[in-house]
Design a protein around this ligand. Structure first.
Ligand code: ADP
Length: 452
């Protein structure tokens, strides 16, 4: 996907107004939570000749990604997706998504999930965790069973939409009903959607808890539950809702926890809910091999000037700039837009429709720069994003890891630049030590082959 430059665009809101309507109608994914409630009618079956011996040649596979990849994703035992005895219809979805071979976490997790094991899996950002749970859970769904069979929980609405899109793409030939249900949308629309025979529900815990308490989300028969970004879902903000949902489910359900970071607090949850689970840890080292990390010492008052210089110098496909507060996000976005770099911003205090619109348009490459708070640190997958700038340095090693993991997706190269003020110095050392990684002083010129 190429970045599409829009001449004359100065203000993201005006821009959004002009282009909103077209995108709104064109794209199902983005529309998911904004569209009027759908008619309750069965989906037409996708016709496909499963028995055709040349089925693979007839797939519409995306153009091959020839960019360099690190062994974060290539260091496998050599399995193929066919090794896992997946249905041909599911294999079609996998290949049409452009997945040729499983990544290390997929190779390890898929057989365990297929065997019905509960799992606690830790793997680096961008190494294919979504496929690692989506593929085997889809394989285990019975399309003739009208009950909800898989529940997938995510900590943010954007992430729920993104994950639902992966499920829908993978199951393109499977004829399953998948519903996304998140806060910030009309409850009654979800109620109408859940009246149908639905096999998979993907959403955020608060909304799903409401629906379960009202008896609308019926998960008494649901045997698989996934917690993606599990450590966040087990934080005090989400844990009560997650546990309520688990209480509704059968005792012998399969519980799958995926994340790049697992604090020690997860131990008590594991002991209570999945004492005998399998544990996968694919993080001998913590940071991504493909992401070069630099710091620049700056005074607070120089930050905008330094950012401007960087934006002019670097070869950016798409870039996320992180700030530590909502106010700073809005201010910075305006400043750099005025300096000639049209910029979107996103933070948790924006309305959901607005957030969806910005997320969708950024993802589509409509704008190159996005300023945001940590709402965007987790899971968000934007293929073209090659630069992350910490305008404000994060406070914890986990946040740092999730932020820089927005670049270097699926073993590709990326760049992370950190602005460090006097107060951040100690934190910089702490994070370097905790992650056992080296953040280097920024050189006068950064070799573009490191991140393009
Ligand atoms: P994580 O959840 O570990 O952060 P994702 O599941 O979002 O990572 O995957 C990161 C990117 O890698 C996505 O764009 C996804 O489409 C791509 N991807 C995942 N698995 C494969 C695969 N087996 N082959 C090629 N690309 C893949």
């Amino acid at each position: 996907m190429e970045y599409r430059q829009r001449g004359g665009y100065r203000d993201y809101q005006g821009y959004g107004q002009r282009n909103y309507r077209n995108n709104y109608r064109r794209n199902d994914y983005y529309n998911n939570n904004d569209q009027p409630p759908p008619q309750v009618k069965p989906k037409p079956r996708v016709e496909i000749d499963e028995s055709d011996p040349n089925w693979k040649e007839k797939l519409s596979v995306p153009k091959k990604d020839t960019r360099q990849q690190t062994d974060d994703v290539t260091n496998t035992k050599g399995s193929d997706f066919e090794t896992f005895s997946l249905s041909r219809r599911l294999l079609m979805g996998i290949f049409e998504l452009g997945f040729e071979k499983p990544s290390p976490v997929q190779e390890e997790a898929i057989p365990l999930v297929l065997m019905g094991k509960s799992l606690l899996a830790r793997a680096k950002n961008g190494t294919g965790k979504t496929g690692a749970f989506a593929i085997p859970t889809l394989q285990r769904v019975d399309p003739n069973d009208q009950n909800i069979q898989v529940l997938v929980l995510l900590p943010t609405r954007e992430l729920a939409l993104q994950t639902a899109k992966v499920y829908k793409d993978l199951s393109k030939h499977l004829n399953l009903e998948i519903v996304t249900s998140t806060g910030g949308t009309e409850l009654k629309d979800d109620i109408i959607r859940l009246r149908r025979a639905v096999q998979i529900v993907i959403g955020t815990p608060g909304r799903l808890q409401d629906l379960a308490n009202q008896g609308i989300l019926k998960i008494q028969q649901c045997k698989m539950i996934v917690l993606d970004e599990a450590d966040k879902l087990l934080s005090p903000d989400f844990l009560p809702a997650v546990e309520t949902l688990l209480d509704f489910m059968p005792e012998d359900r399969q519980l799958l926890l995926f994340s790049a970071t697992f604090p020690s607090a997860i131990k008590s949850f594991k002991e209570r809910w999945i004492p005998d689970c399998k544990i996968l840890n694919l993080m001998d080292e913590l940071t991504l091999k493909g992401v070069s990390q630099y710091y620049a010492f700056v005074d607070e008052g120089q930050k905008v000037h330094c950012l401007y210089a960087l934006l002019r110098k670097l070869q950016i496909n798409q870039c996320i700039i992180f700030c530590n507060s909502v106010n700073r996000v809005e201010l910075l976005s305006r400043k750099i837009t005025r300096l000639g770099f049209p910029t979107y911003y996103i933070h948790g205090q924006m309305g959901q429709k607005h957030r969806n619109r910005i997320f969708h348009n950024f993802r589509e490459g409509e704008c190159r720069f996005l300023v945001c708070t940590d709402i965007f640190t987790r899971g968000i997958d934007i293929r073209n994003l090659n630069v992350v700038i910490n305008f404000d340095f994060p406070r914890s090693a986990n946040t740092y890891l999730h932020r820089i993991g927005r670049s270097g997706r699926f073993g590709h190269l990326g760049l992370a630049v950190n602005f460090i003020t006097n107060e951040d110095r100690i934190n910089l050392c702490k994070i370097e030590t905790e992650l056992n990684t080296e953040i280097m002083a920024i050189p006068a010129k950064i070799d573009t082959s490191l991140y393009t």
